[in-house]
Design a protein around this ligand. Structure first.
Ligand code: IPM
Ligand code: MN
Length: 372
């Protein structure tokens, strides 16, 4: 298969983790005889520095001309600490999602056996967790009208949803549940918010088209508690934009590190693959950022094009790296941790030689990649 992939490394650790995802994709291309070509374009603070615009027109053009987009991370402390800034890096990501119509953000959460002991949560609570979060991505409070009064003392953000915005992601969530454990949990705040009551009504109506799938409801505050009390109760979680943002960061604790969580953002026409973590500016350039979320996002990209064996091989390589403790410091505080690029080297090496990289991993701990 020939795929043109737009690469938007973005800010902070974005470029270094994305580099490792490209390494994995290149190893896959070689192994399975595909041609993947990569075109890089700026976004976020990096793009503001270069052009004054967090999403330059040329970047959007590159995305629209590609089969898929691999996204790194966005954000820079110089904007976080300046609420007055009119131009902000995050606008680049939000405009990208909106312009490309990426209305569904799918975030898988899994407790890897190799990491169970590392989670701050108890083993018997998290073991076996396998959740797929369907977060609405182009509506709600993120995109509703914003207002700041002239005197600067009053501000508001409108949370607006239409029936059709809810319907299209609900269908995706129910279809996903059919291929999983046949359960959808709608997370909302229907005891307080009108927009949540619309979600309940529309999703309940749609559930009738999926008689095999059970639907239940949780208020978001309760869902936040249930997520760490009993995550095994969840199969597919369906929720609006901001609740999904918050719940998915919380869910990452189950996996042991936010550096593991990948995501796919899909729409009618385009698809983008991005780690759920942010730009982690304190780690930039230090080689300590975990590249696995980005590498697993590349696996989701392959799945999107029905390249299942390829995606499975990436996941197997990731599991192997976790099992052998070839991991960055977020997962490996007491041991001999390895750098961002060494984790990527190991994973690419495993993809090329699934049978013998196990023998070579000692070299990695010695600081030598097996694929120099
Ligand atoms: C995410 C991020 C973004 C979001 C930010 C960077 C705008 O936190 O992808 O989860 O809030 O959606
Ligand atoms: Mn987030």
């Amino acid at each position: 298969m020939k795929l043109n992939i737009a690469v938007l490394p973005g800010d902070g650790i974005g470029p270094e983790v994305t580099q490792e995802a490209i390494k994995a994709l290149q190893a896959i291309a070689l192994e399975f005889d595909h041609t993947f070509s990569f075109v890089e374009a700026p976004v976020g603070a990096t793009a503001i520095d270069q052009t004054g615009n967090p999403l330059p027109e040329e970047t959007l053009d590159v995305c629209e001309a590609s089969h898929a987009i691999l996204f790194g991370a966005i954000g820079d402390p110089k904007y976080d600490n300046n609420p007055e800034a009119k131009v902000r890096p995050e606008q680049g990501l939000l405009r990208l999602r909106k312009s490309l119509g990426l209305f569904a953000n799918i975030r898988p959460v899994k407790a890897y056996d190799a990491l169970i002991e590392k989670s701050p949560l108890k083993k018997d609570i998290i073991q076996g967790t396998d959740i797929s979060i369907y977060r609405e991505l182009t509506g709600g409070i993120y995109f509703g009208e914003k207002h700041l009064s002239d005197d600067g003392n009053t501000a508001s953000d409108l949370c607006l949803y239409t029936k059709s915005e809810i319907e299209r992601i609900a269908h995706l969530a129910f279809k996903a549940a059919k291929a999983r454990k046949n359960k959808v949990t709608l997370v909302d705040k229907a005891n307080v918010l009108e927009s949540s009551r619309l979600w309940r009504k529309v999703v309940t109506d749609i559930s009738k088209q999926y008689p095999d799938v059970s639907l239940d409801f949780l208020f978001v505050d309760n869902a936040a508690m249930q997520m760490i009390l009993n995550p095994n109760q969840f199969d597919v979680i369906l929720t609006e934009n901001m609740f999904g943002d918050i719940i998915s960061d919380e869910a990452s604790v189950i996996g042991g590190s936010i550096g593991l969580l990948a995501s796919a953002s899909v729409g009618e026409k385009y698809a983008m693959f991005e780690p759920i973590h942010g730009s982690y500016p304190q780690a930039t350039g230090k080689g300590i950022a975990n590249p696995i979320a980005s590498i697993l996002s590349a696996a989701m990209l392959l799945e999107h094009f029905n390249l299942h064996a390829e995606a499975e091989l990436i996941k197997l390589a990731v599991e192997k790296s976790l099992k052998l403790n070839i991991t960055t410091p977020d997962l490996n505080k007491d041991h001999n941790n390895v750098s961002t690029s060494k984790v990527g080297d190991f994973i690419a090496d495993f993809i090329s030689n699934p049978n013998d990289s196990n023998l070579n991993f000692h070299n990695i701990h010695l600081g030598q990649s097996t694929i120099i």
